[in-house]
Write a protein that binds this ligand. Structure first.
Ligand SMILES: [Zn+2]
Ligand SMILES: [Zn+2]
Length: 426
């Protein structure tokens, strides 16, 4: 600090102390950005000593800037400690919603004394509460970006609320049976409230990949729930085999953060009883959710297709070869009620297959993400062009569909032995 700045501080402090009752924290915060290492309170007390005004508040009554809010930080820290009881965390953050009076007083204070080096009072207060909280609970460090727990103190209505950051896990899953949706669907009849049709469960399907996978993790993390963010989704009647589908599992409001991923993966696989298999699970982050959801990965499918008429191996092969290239696909009728109706161009990278049985073939397609394979086969009444049905000049339908691979450079590979042994691919 230069001599000029120092004499400026001393004369400003003298003027502030002459203006009315003021607390050490507010006095110190007026010069809070000048030097680190001291708390505002310590700085304010030192200034008072320098000016020979020890113990002099500047007048009777409450601090005219903060109304003695800094004297309350211990009370708020105690309330935060009660609020977070039983919740595991290592990082925290405090935020405050100040009352209008305080904001106005601060603005007036800063302007009247021309305080160029003042620290915003909200920052100073949050930090003070945080320090008091840390020494109360004897753990935790402040994290401004991604804290495990965040307290919001509302000085208008006197409330304190606790936000617990989700945990994010990355992995891949296989779905080895048909008829299970990826995520839980509310009952169509009662929209989730519970009715006779759904047996009071509120669910359209008794179970989902999401619920099967999440169970043991939710329990161990003492979470309020879980959300499965998948890299796309297979149809309910399609299996997800091969390397599995990448996903991020979000555990909401976990009260325990240190969980054993390997042990829980094993427990989940055991409980899933051959319906779902999890690959290796690793720690992930909120940022990965968007990456996993938005990446259009190349997909490999196996389809069992039925034809209205006999098809020779040569005809099938020619038709499949001719499908490799760009496909113009209008939103299929079966999903038009929940997706925008538009025409997309998606690519078929490879198509090959063999006639097996009467008017039936097993076909493997490798396509861009977002291409609807059932419609690539059926043509969807001309909405998908070209299509296998169109090329063959006869009705063709997918009877069984399996996804064999969801591939992208974006996704770490979580393939492992558990998947190999139960891949179900013949
Ligand atoms: Zn004050
Ligand atoms: Zn229902």
């Amino acid at each position: 600090m230069t001599v000029d700045v120092l004499s400026g501080v001393v004369s400003s402090a003298r003027a502030i102390l002459a203006s009315g009752p003021i607390c050490d924290s507010c006095l110190g915060s007026a010069f809070g950005r000048l030097g680190r290492g001291w708390s505002n309170e310590e700085r304010g007390r030192a200034l008072r000593t320098v000016l020979g005004l020890d113990g002099v508040k500047g007048g009777e009554g409450r601090c005219w800037v903060c109304h003695d809010l800094f004297a309350d930080v211990g009370v708020w820290a105690e309330r935060a400690r009660e609020k977070v009881g039983g919740v595991e965390f290592s990082t925290y953050l405090f935020a405050v919603k100040p009352a209008l009076r305080w904001q106005e007083a601060e603005a007036f204070f800063t302007e009247r004394f021309g305080l160029e080096h003042a620290e915003p009072q909200k920052h100073a207060w949050n930090r003070s509460v945080g320090k008091a909280f840390e020494s109360l609970v004897n753990r935790g460090t402040v994290d401004f970006n991604d804290p495990d727990v965040k307290f919001t103190i509302d000085l208008v209505d006197g409330s304190i609320s606790l936000y617990i950051a989700s945990l994010f896990l990355y992995g891949r899953y296989q779905k080895l049976v048909r008829g299970i949706p990826q995520t839980h669907w509310p009952c169509k009849r009662c929209r989730g409230r519970g009715c006779a049709t759904c047996g009071g469960t509120g669910k359209q399907y008794p179970e989902s990949v999401e619920e099967i996978i999440a169970g043991p993790f939710v329990e161990a993390a003492r979470a309020s729930g879980a959300v499965l963010h998948g890299a796309g989704r297979e149809d309910i009647d399609a299996r997800m085999l091969g390397t599995g589908r990448p996903f991020v599992l979000e555990l909401c409001e976990p009260r325990t953060r240190s969980i054993d991923l390997d042990a829980l993966r094993e427990a989940a696989n055991a409980a899933a009883a051959g319906k779902v298999t999890l690959g290796r699970i690793s720690w992930s982050s909120r940022g990965t959710v968007a990456r996993v959801k938005e990446t259009l990965a190349t997909k490999t499918y196996r389809a069992v297709v039925e034809f209205a008429d006999d098809v020779s191996a040569e005809t099938l092969e020619r038709a499949l070869r001719s499908l490799v290239g760009d496909i113009a696909q209008r939103t299929p009728r079966r999903v038009a009620h929940r997706r925008a109706d538009l025409v997309r161009t998606r690519r078929v990278h490879a198509a090959s297959g063999a006639v097996c049985g009467v008017r039936e073939a097993e076909i493997e397609f490798r396509t861009d993400g977002g291409l609807y394979v059932k419609e690539l086969v059926s043509g969807d009444e001309g909405r998908t062009e070209p299509s296998l049905a169109g090329r063959l000049g006869m009705v063709a339908q997918v009877r069984e569909l399996d996804v064999l691979d969801v591939a992208s450079n974006e996704f770490p590979d979580c393939h492992d032995d558990a998947m190999d042994s139960r891949s179900g691919v013949s």
